[in-house]
Design a protein around this ligand. Sequence first.
Ligand code: PSU
Ligand code: MN
Length: 308
Amino acid sequence: MRTNKYLDVNPEVAQALAEGKPVVALESTIISHGMPYPQNVETALQVEKIIRDNGAVPATIAILGGRLKAGLTAEEIEYLGKTGTGVTKASRRDLPVLVAKKMDGATTVTTTMMIAHMAGIQIFATGGIGGVHRGAETSMDISADLEELAHTPVMVICAGAKSILDLGLTLEYLETHGVPVIGYGTEELPAFYTRRSGFRVDYRLDSPEELAEAFLAQRAMGIEGGMLVTNPIPEEYSMDPEVINRAIDEAIAESVKAGIHGKETTPYLLAKVKDITGGDSLDSNIRLVFNNAALAARTAAACRRLRE
Ligand code: PSU
Ligand code: MN
């Protein structure tokens, strides 16, 4: 925990942390840049409910008026969802100026991990992480999320990564930086919309208790960095790999043609894929986030039991 004068932990989250109760962090770029309004707000509120139903307290994270917020009100979530891409997508490099200038920022996996750690929250659920983009050998576009996983002691529970990324290079990068990549109930890295990618994860673990044991061992040994848990989308919501991969290829071709680069790339590709698949991908996206939220809450509860 690295608390500081810019951090506001909401009272419910602060109380849960003080009592050692399970808390799960959630990001806000998925709200502002990852989904359209109003589904983004509905999803964010439903995710919080799922976390409560599974025995933990949700802490959605964002930067509002220069304050680092751990735990948002429903009104604040509505504001972020409605403002959408009008809110700055905030990665590690953005924090100093956003805070100094009292601006708003939607937190990515990177900044959600940072602020969760400042608040003392160890478990974080999201949809997908950033990674090494296809063509990174020339663009050098590698998400800061991977670097954060290498340094910040937070468990990130996601549905793998979308094949807008080069999944093989993403795994290589994580290996180099010492980040354990766990498959939840699978030996294969899930590819977000689909359960399979053709790439193997480092380890398969099968229960929240096993996840908690591995994470607490990492902490007890003082090993720097976090842990990536990849949880496959439930079978009934997974997409036809051919359909989704064709949509992704088309989205990438359009982004190249339109000259999209830098931090715009990921939001642009996500929106294009959604347009091309006519909203089917949005439905899958929502379902997999629900699935990750439930696993995160159960894992946070398992961490608590193991600590007692
Ligand atoms: N991938 C998704 N959905 C998302 C993101 C990534 O499937 O919403 C968001 C997350 O906030 C992630 C960020 O941390 O995009 C990565 O952006 P970049 O590739 O610019 O680092
Ligand atoms: Mn990038």
